[in-house]
Design a protein around this ligand. Structure first.
Ligand code: ATP
Ligand code: MG
Length: 405
């Protein structure tokens, strides 16, 4: 058997899920397949075939074409939720002589110029006759014979060499050369939500945080043509694309608020503009979520950040909403949100200066502690509110903007 370079994917939390475990694993496997499919499509690599094997709480990915360096997939797979670590390893047959040969070929070069190493062996296939300490000893010997300048240290070596004897083969890798995965739970394992995505910094982070807990994300973006431009919407599509590297394909809904905003301006007191608009936005979001079988609405609100995010405003805006609303950024400071935005790669796009529907007709003195009674009085001045909502939803453009990488 020719040895193969593989990526060893380890998952944390999902391994704890008892009876559901195999469902989680299937989902994770499917998400890995989708991420690889997108990678192939993007890079024009349609002729490459990859093998994914699932085996005792790890997965391995390899490529049938030996000229393809499997490490190229590390940046792709490190965005798939549910994977905790990724190791670049070599898989070979379960034969101690072959294992030593592979250690010399692939690990010895890694040990050059290193001060110390240790070997850890793990034998989850108990039918393999040689016990773990003996495997470690034999592999350690050949590596040391090859490089007498290095010390063996079994407490805190510079490089840990790992040999894993599993049902589907023997795996050898330098176990402290590992890459961090995205962690969390496989996308799709915890329901589906409608993310209200503006072009700002906070809402992409909110979507990422919920997706990381396993939620499948759809996006709703509000526009206000001609006050907002096609380029502002295009920016939000780009943000959705960045998010889809983590959460897979995203359905994108765009709803125009122009008519509603003009009615608010015409009939209602200026100071209430933002609160009233946000009530319309949330009502529309709730309707779209329900008619598309989405379990909840997600926003990027952070307590006290702006006038419409005081506790009094939130109470009034979400009065009478009967769908769960998640605001994962609610307790985060702006600097923490920015840190995540930078990490996931949305920050640079978010700070591009385009207009948002919420910044159109903004009042000079927005109410920061609105009373429900006064808000309802203002809202009731718009006699055809229900029709406006219905029209906005029926004019929404839905399928044509699906975000696939
Ligand atoms: P963000 O940085 O996400 O824009 P923000 O702090 O600027 O948030 P607001 O503009 O008040 O706050 O918006 C609060 C939340 O309302 C946003 O996080 C987002 O979820 C939603 N939202 C705002 N504008 C839009 C829009 N044009 N389309 C969809 N959702 C929006
Ligand atoms: Mg905003």
């Amino acid at each position: 058997m020719q040895e193969t370079k593989v990526l060893l994917l380890k998952y944390g939390e999902i391994a704890l899920k008892g009876l559901n475990r195999s469902n989680f694993e299937k989902l994770l496997e499917q998400n890995i397949i989708n991420a690889i499919r997108n990678y192939k499509n993007l890079g024009n690599k349609k002729n490459l075939y990859f093998n994914i094997e699932r085996e005792q709480s790890i997965m391995t990915v390899s490529c049938e074409d030996i000229n393809f360096d499997i490490d190229n997939l590390i940046p792709v797979l490190s965005k798939v939720f549910g994977i905790v670590t990724i190791n670049s390893a070599v898989k070979t047959e379960k034969n101690i002589e072959k294992i030593k040969e592979i250690a010399l070929k692939y690990i010895a070069p890694v040990l050059e110029n290193k001060k110390s190493f240790g070997v850890l062996a793990k034998r989850s296939d108990k039918s393999f006759a040689i016990k773990s300490p003996e495997i470690a000893l034999q592999v350690g010997d050949v590596l040391f014979e090859n490089n007498k300048n290095i010390k063996v240290d079994l407490k805190n070596p510079e490089v840990w060499v790992a040999v894993e004897i599993r049902n589907n083969g023997a795996f050898i890798h330098a176990s402290n050369v590992k890459y961090k995965g995205a962690g969390g739970m496989p996308t799709g394992s915890n329901g589906a939500g409608l993310l209200l995505l503006s072009g700002g910094i906070d809402s992409p982070v909110a979507g990422y945080m919920m997706a990381r807990r396993g939620m499948k994300i759809s996006v709703l973006h509000f526009t206000s043509e001609p006050y907002t431009s096609e380029r502002a919407k295009e920016k939000v599509l780009r943000l959705s694309k960045i998010l889809s590297q983590y959460c897979g394909d995203i359905k994108f809904y765009a709803v125009s608020l122009t008519e509603i905003q003009e009615s608010i301006r015409q009939y209602c007191a200026e100071d209430y503009t933002t609160v009233l608009l946000r009530r319309f936005m949330i009502k529309i979001a709730g309707e779209i979520a329900k008619s598309n079988y989405l379990d909840c609405v997600i926003t990027g609100e952070s307590l006290g950040q702006v006038a419409s995010q005081t506790i009094q405003a939130i109470k009034v805006i979400y009065d009478n909403i009967n769908i769960p609303v998640f605001r994962p950024c609610i307790g985060l400071d702006k600097s923490q949100i920015i840190e995540t935005a930078e990490k996931i790669g949305t920050y640079e796009t978010s700070v591009e200066p385009y207009e948002d529907c919420c910044s159109i007709f903004t009042p000079r003195h927005p109410v920061t502690k609105p009373k429900l009674e006064s808000v309802l009085t203002e809202e009731n001045r718009i006699a055809d509110a229900a029709d406006l909502i219905e029209r906005a939803i029926s004019n929404s453009n839905i399928d044509k903007d699906n975000v696939n990488l």
